[in-house]
Design a protein around this ligand. Sequence first.
Ligand code: UDP
Ligand code: UDP
Length: 469
Amino acid sequence: MSQICEQKSTVHVALFPSSGMGHLTPFLRLAASLVANGVQVTFIAAHPTVSLAESRALSSFFASFPQVSPKQLCLLPFDESSSSTDDPFYRHYEVICRSCCLLPPLLSSMSPPLSALITDMSLISAVLPVSRAIGLPNYVFFTSSAKMLTLFTSFHKIIVAKAMPGSRDHEDVIKIPNLEPIPVSWFPPPLLEDEDNFLKNSLIQNGKSMIDADGILINTFHGFEQDTLRALNDVKIMSGLPPAIAIGLLPPANFEEPHSHPLAWLGDQPTGSVIYVSFGSRTAILRDQIRELGDGLVRSRVRFVWMVKSKKVDQEDTEDLEDVIGQDLMTATSGAANGLVVKRWLNQSEVLAHPAVGGFLSHCGWNSVTEAVWHGVPMLAWPQHGDQMINASLVKRAGIGIWEESWGWGEKDVVKGEEIAERVEEMMRDESLKARAARMKEAARMALGLDGDSGRGLKALLAEVRQRT
Ligand code: UDP
Ligand code: UDP
């Protein structure tokens, strides 16, 4: 009897992320946070992963958290020629969705029985029918900003209202009541195409499904996105949407692989003097732009650590650094020069935490934004695709970074080195950015405390899940 009671009261949550480090990392951080709150966690990872970074991150996480049960969803064979996308990460979403028919036995066999499932927003339309069929509460973890969530949940209605460019009544901005209008030019570019495409279809389906989830967790906090979070939870604006619960910022955790290489160099640099340059885990910058960026960094005379990536998927990024950045830059950045260029995975959060780092040139993937805020590092935003302009607008509005909108999206026009150098210098010498970034860092940490909004949000969520167990 007592064993039954004990089983009944154990809150057991399964987490199911989508592909790419931008999705996996926040799920691993959420898992760590749930464990710290006494929750039993099962982590379902699609197998195989797209990138080496993901399989390494999973191994090092499970080694640090033996109490978390790893489960693999072995993906069904997939004929790539039948895919509607050639992006390896989107293709992986597609295969995971098609493999969701394998979930029922996996979910039903867990012991103690699951209390809830937390699913990535890009998989929710495929997973909800499965969780509903077995009566399992299903929450969504939205791994971008709350502002992106407003677009995510409204886009299917915008399409129906024919308010997009090219249609008769289109406008340059999309108005969502009580929120700042979102310029259409900030939308992920595939959403503006007339033709069907993978991202558009997937976002419409997943956006529609959100209404059937039990709640939406977001890695953000009220001090950063107060107005949006209020509007999302206002029934008059977002009718039918489940509660949007801010649980962030989820702290970068010590299971994330440390790399001492740039840290030794950073240790010799003055406080706040170095800019860290990275476009995340899956953005390949074009060769011409890489050369201009290198030229800009050298011209700026600001010290830098630059993570160079020339292919989307890490295993394919096999070219030598010199072939990618060219001999001139190789010479200019080697030896006693002002920068360090690396062409391999760095523990970004560890780099941003270093006192020598005083700025971050970033594509504004949401995890990069949250890590910059967590460590109080001002940003120079240079969005490349997807949700990144929407995220960059939040950085600019909070006054913790600058965003040169005329640079547009990556892969369009090449931005010249002179211009990059100017903006790098401007950001690095702006004391007001530093002061606001330091205040935002404090606010992020306060939000997680027992009296903070995010700390309370997570506790309330767990109380709800416990009640349903
Ligand atoms: N990252 C890292 N080292 C790298 C590249 C990326 O640690 O060399 C991490 C980064 O800290 C972040 C994640 O990978 O946690 C990338 O997610 P983000 O949302 O910033 O961008 P994405 O890669 O999805 O475009
Ligand atoms: N997205 C989605 N379904 C997909 C792929 C992406 O709903 O199959 C969402 C994604 O999570 C993000 C937005 O569309 O909110 C823009 O996607 P992006 O290209 O930035 O991909 P991500 O790095 O988020 O995977």
